[in-house]
Ligand binder design. Structure first.
Ligand code: EPU
Length: 343
């Protein structure tokens, strides 16, 4: 296992903020897992597992150990029901995996093209975009229990997947290290075009009956237009989740604020657009120090160059306060935030 002390995390987080880890450990194979417990005494209160770093904000250094799991490997196995199981080790790049699945003639994750990060992080927050969530295709997750040192297989139903959430992020936060994910994919393509903009993009591309690759291409085009590229401008995609409220609350707000987008969920709840709420508090494109709200998308906070994590967090707090004061809605951050512990 590769070990570095006082390691910079700047190149390991998509916000590109400077932060240091007391120690950085890089897993080289599954054989290294046990030593996280026996030699390094992994403790979730002090240490953390880092995926691609595309959904984390370091507003503070990590005094303990940061563990990187870069173990690669992927394979496709036919299932008895005519579907195919794509198995990917946690260190596989998510977007590369999507492109590879398309090359193999499989479909199911094309709408999730160009999402930054690694495969192992995908179940953590049940990645989702353009009408598809990981929960639609996830078959199972193999994870290492950092408390007991045993390996568990979680069927999809056991993963506690919900909108931008899972047991790995919530109830069991810090307990499991994802080793592998398995996805159930199809040879027979049925496009998921519920997201209105996707049909429009395909039409603009002159495509009538899209292939899975064309859907992927359309998603890539939309993402490139709407979202800043983290390789150019540090960001972590949507910084806040879209708030879930009761339909009664959504109705009251909808009557008071014309144009507020409301997406009905089940019979009782509705999702509001956090981007709309933020934009209507006047934040879109605004800077606070070296942190800013993207002028492309109000949900995306960006590092305008050498911002600290604390500056970005201060901006997030200011936005939250505006939205609370104006709309009575409490925004929740989507990325994991590493900040000083409250004493
Ligand atoms: N909108 C604004 N201002 C903006 C941008 C959007 O008012 O600057 C409003 C518009 O009314 C627009 C609506 O918000 O119609 C929805 O915008 P968009 O389609 O971009 O989706 P979103 O709800 O803002 C979510 C995900 C994205 C995902 C897109 C597409 C969350 C927190 N974010 O954004 O995920 O790509 O849908 O499915 O659910 C991410 O999680 O990092 C991410 C980028």
């Amino acid at each position: 296992m590769k070990q570095t002390f006082d390691a910079s995390l700047k190149d390991l987080n998509s916000f590109s903020v400077e932060a240091y880890a007391g120690r950085l450990l890089e897993l080289e194979s599954a054989d290294d897992l046990q030593s996280l417990i026996t030699d390094f005494h992994f403790d979730a209160a002090r240490d953390l597992i880092l995926g691609g770093g595309s959904n984390i904000l370091f507003a503070e250094n990590v005094e303990g150990t940061v563990v990187l799991n870069r173990v690669m490997g992927r394979q496709i196995t036919p299932a008895s029901d005519g579907t195919f199981i794509l198995e990917a080790c946690a260190g596989e790049n998510w977007h590369e995996l999507v492109l590879w699945s398309l090359e193999q003639g499989l479909s199911g994750i094309e709408n999730l093209s160009l999402i930054p990060g690694l495969a192992g992080a995908a179940p953590m927050q049940n990645i989702g975009a353009y009408g598809v969530e990981l929960s639609d295709v996830l078959n199972s997750v193999q994870a290492f229990d950092l408390q007991s040192g045993t390996i568990h297989e979680f069927r999809r139903e056991e993963c506690g997947l919900a909108y931008r959430d899972s047991r790995f992020k919530s109830a069991d936060a810090g307990r499991y290290l994802v080793i592998k994910i398995r996805l159930r994919l199809q040879r027979n393509f049925s496009p998921q075009l519920n997201y209105a903009g996707l049909g429009e993009e395909l039409a603009a591309m002159g495509v009538d009956k899209p292939t899975a690759k064309q859907v992927s291409e359309a998603v890539i085009r939309i993402r490139r237009r709407k979202l800043p590229d983290p390789a150019v401008t540090g960001n972590a995609g949507s910084f806040f989740r879209n708030p879930l409220v009761s339909q009664a609350t959504a109705k009251l707000l909808g009557a008071e604020f014309e144009g507020l987008p409301v997406y009905l969920q089940d019979e009782e709840s509705a999702k509001l657009s956090a981007a709309w709420l933020i934009e209507h508090c006047g934040w879109k494109g605004r800077c606070m120090g070296r942190a800013a709200v993207s002028s492309q998308h109000a949900l995306v906070l960006v590092n305008n160059g050498n911002a600290t994590g604390a500056e970005i967090l201060a901006l997030a707090y200011a936005i939250r306060k505006s939205v609370r004061d104006r709309f009575g809605i409490e925004l929740q951050a989507e990325p994991r935030i590493v900040e000083a512990k409250q004493s």
